[in-house]
Design a protein. Structure first.
Length: 302
């Protein structure tokens, strides 16, 4: 398992002041890795660390809402971001407290005034694709008209900034480097990494970032979101809901994710690693400095 002073591998954030109306958090910490014995192809037995995935059942004002499968690097922020990205609350100030107890694998959320029409707003449940199997309440497509992102004149990214972000993510120490089987997400302001999260599901990692932004009153209009996971409709929609118009992924983009990004005017970079990337949409936000093919190949082989 990770020693206590290495827990920042899965979650780290800039030391910013919290909002005055931010909820009280329990700051529960779980063990991130589990040590097991494996047998390899040479017939040798040895110890190996694997991520300690665990269930976290969320109770909203004493009502069971959903069970999330999570690494648990920052469960309170995960839960807060989940409520925000599901549009069950509009801001961190609506929540009085979030208490996580790993002994019973539960998160208890207490709001100041309850959640209006909770039954109706959670009646339709969509199980999303991929790792960790996320859950979305309501109709994602119906939220598009309410989202307003900054224009290409005010929210841009240059090629040098993009390549620096990829370099920072490649060199970062992480749970994935030690044990694999997790996704990493990060929020950047220029080339400054504001927050980094790893979890068993990419949707959990982005929800945790949303919770961190809400706790500190951070806007997304001038930020860049990075993820190791593919850009599905869920990931694009959550980034847009956070107000972040530019997404960079080490993986690819699905057709629905691409369609949503084009409708919302978002910029998507996929297959982004080393010096290589593809801009799938929103090239009007990108200040390109293309390399000759020969130079590009030489840089990639370094």
């Amino acid at each position: 398992m990770l020693p206590s002073d290495d827990e920042s591998l899965a979650f780290s954030a800039a030391p910013l002041p919290r909002r005055a109306d931010a909820p009280r958090l329990s700051h529960a910490r779980g063990v991130l890795l589990k040590r097991i014995e494996i047998l390899d192809q040479h017939g040798e037995r040895r110890g190996l660390d694997i991520p300690a995935e665990r269930p976290l059942t969320v109770f909203l004002d004493k009502r069971e809402l959903v069970t999330l499968m999570t690494l648990g690097a920052s469960p309170e922020l995960l839960v807060l971001g989940y409520l925000l990205n599901q549009d069950l609350i509009r801001g961190a100030g609506e929540v009085e407290s979030i208490d996580v107890d790993w002994a019973v694998e539960a998160a208890a959320i207490r709001t100041h005034a309850g959640v209006d029409d909770l039954d109706a707003r959670t009646a339709r449940r969509v199980v999303t694709t991929g790792c960790g199997q996320g859950t979305v309440f309501g109709d994602t497509m119906s939220q598009i008209g309410a989202i307003r992102l900054p224009t290409a004149d005010t929210a841009r990214i240059g090629q040098a900034t993009l390549l620096r972000i990829l370099e920072l993510m490649r060199s970062r120490d992480s749970v994935h480097r030690q044990a694999g089987s997790v996704h990493g997400c990060a929020l950047f302001h220029g080339t400054e990494m504001l927050v980094f999260v790893e979890d068993v599901g990419r949707h959990n990692a982005i929800d945790t970032i949303a919770g961190w932004m809400a706790m500190h009153g951070i806007g997304g209009g001038d930020k860049v979101f990075y993820t190791t996971g593919r850009l599905t409709s869920e990931m694009v929609m959550k980034s847009a809901h956070m107000g972040v118009p530019i997404i960079v992924s080490r993986n690819g983009v699905t057709a629905m994710g691409h369609t949503l990004a084009e409708q919302l005017g978002m910029t998507l970079f996929g297959r982004a690693a080393n010096r290589h990337f593809l801009c799938y949409s929103g090239a009007d936000r990108f200040d390109a400095e293309p390399l000759p093919h020969e130079a590009s190949r030489a840089l990639a082989s370094d």
